[in-house]
Design a protein around this ligand. Structure first.
Ligand SMILES: CC(=O)SCCNC(=O)CCNC(=O)[C@H](O)C(C)(C)COP(=O)(O)OP(=O)(O)OC[C@H]1O[C@@H](n2cnc3c(N)ncnc32)[C@H](O)[C@@H]1OP(=O)(O)O
Ligand SMILES: O=C([O-])CC(=O)C(=O)O
Length: 388
């Protein structure tokens, strides 16, 4: 038994506060490894660059969920099921139609996922099989949701999914209503692979917190979408394009970029698409995404956009020594492909659904309620005045 002391109490030591949980490991994960020292990213042990070079996004989704790459038969069965789930129920379309065009597309995606969850009789079933099925359902339907919302903003009809096309080719087909050329499909697929997973980022952690309360998978995904929307996280790909629009590509773009940056830094603005909580010397995914962006610059003959990209990156390096993150090359790539700027973060959702749900299933399999402590720094105890 602890000895009781009558000595005067010394003040308790001030507990360490890890603001923003920076640098704090909170659990194990076998889904991915982000290593800032070697500037590498592994999904289930495989370098993401190798996956981007040799695999389709469907294979990567399978890998993230099952821990292994699929063999031919497993892939064929997976693709068949994914393709069969791509359609949207009338109710989901009706509810999207009722949302005002002033709603951000991230709000539309969040609402649509919520509706799918509320309508799925399997929602309360949290068995691994049911969670896998829900994950695949969302993966298959997100392109329909994102494409439908972009098209309704241009007064265009929904384009039905095609089951003869892979995930990325079909996504582009449903968005633009025409078959995309192979280099565009490839660049888009690479972006989906690079965005798929990144350990305990804010949105994935949100999904894990929600899962830790034993709430259902759909609730965790809805929460993750909310966390991804912010410009310090997924919203940055949209914000990069707003900056490019403010600066204006075309003749003199490079000079304008430098002047724009100086003003923005003088105003203490964060430059979107630069910096990272974990990587302090560049983001492992940027070279691969930049390569895809350059292919698109060539494909669409937009060297002016690349010039602006390079000028801003160089000036940011000189002034702050801060390097781009994945959102920096992804934003202009999606712009070149024809996506509306407001649709960029929903594209991130359509990819990250794989990583989120892999983490949700991992959290559920070895759960502990996530509930940290806080240090109170408010008023000392006080009392409500008695009323006469
Ligand atoms: C896919 C993704 O989600 S990647 C992240 C996407 N987000 C963005 O691109 C938003 C812009 N970037 C940022 O805001 C930050 O770099 C973050 C939020 C991503 C990481 O932030 P943290 O690790 O918390 O670093 P923090 O914000 O404390 O920055 C450290 C210093 O670098 C500066 N800094 C970091 N990023 C930037 C930036 N993009 N623009 C200007 N200054 C920056 C900060 O002002 C701070 O300077 P100070 O020490 O003089 O105050
Ligand atoms: O890891 C992070 O904090 C943000 C990020 O790059 C991602 O989620 O892809």
């Amino acid at each position: 038994m602890a000895e009781q002391s009558t000595a005067p109490q010394t003040a308790a030591p001030t507990p360490m506060i890890y603001k923003g949980l920076a640098g704090v490991p909170v659990d194990y994960t076998a889904v991915s490894k982000v290593n800032p020292d070697t500037n590498s990213l592994l999904y289930r042990g495989y370098p993401v660059q190798e996956l981007a070079a040799s695999c389709t996004f469907e294979e990567v989704a399978y890998l993230l969920w099952h821990g292994e790459l699929p063999d031919d038969a497993e892939l064929a069965a997976f693709e068949e099921r994914e393709r069969s789930l791509r359609g949207l129920d009338h109710d989901v379309k009706r509810i999207i139609d009722e949302l005002p065009l002033t709603a951000h597309p991230m709000d539309v995606v969040r609402t649509a996922v919520s509706v799918i969850g509320a309508s799925d009789p399997a929602t309360p079933d949290d068995s691994p099989e049911a969670n896998l099925d829900k994950s695949l359902r969302l993966l298959a339907k997100l392109p329909s949701i994102v494409a439908y919302d972009q098209r309704r903003r241009h007064d265009l009809e929904f384009v039905e999914p095609r089951d003869d096309l892979g995930f990325s080719a079909n996504f582009l087909w449903q968005t633009f209503g025409e078959a995309a050329e192979l280099p565009v499909v490839t660049a888009f697929d690479v972006s989906m692979i690079l965005y798929a997973e990144h350990s305990f980022n804010a949105s994935t952690f949100t999904a894990r917190v929600i899962t830790s309360t034993l709430a259902d998978l759909y609730s965790a995904v809805v929460g993750a979408i909310g966390a991804l929307k912010g410009p310090l996280h997924g919203g940055a790909n949209e914000a990069v394009m707003h900056a490019f629009e403010e600066i204006g590509a075309g003749e003199g773009g490079a000079e304008r970029a430098v002047a724009w940056l100086d003003t923005a830094l003088a105003e203490k603005r964060k430059i979107m698409g630069f910096g990272h909580r974990v990587y302090k010397n560049g983001d492992s995914r940027v070279p691969t995404m930049r390569d895809s962006m350059e292919r698109m610059v060539e494909h669409y003959d937009r060297p002016d956009l690349l010039e602006l990209y390079v000028a801003l990156e160089q000036a940011m390096g000189e002034r702050k020594g801060i390097k781009p993150n994945l959102d920096y090359p992804a934003g202009p790539t999606y712009h070149l492909m024809g996506f509306d700027t407001l649709t960029f973060t929903p594209l991130f959702v359509a990819s990250r659904i794989t990583g989120w749900t892999a983490h949700i299933m991992e959290q559920a399999a070895a759960n502990a309620l996530i509930r940290p402590l806080s240090v109170y720094n408010g008023h000392d105890e006080r009392h409500v005045p008695t009323k006469d």
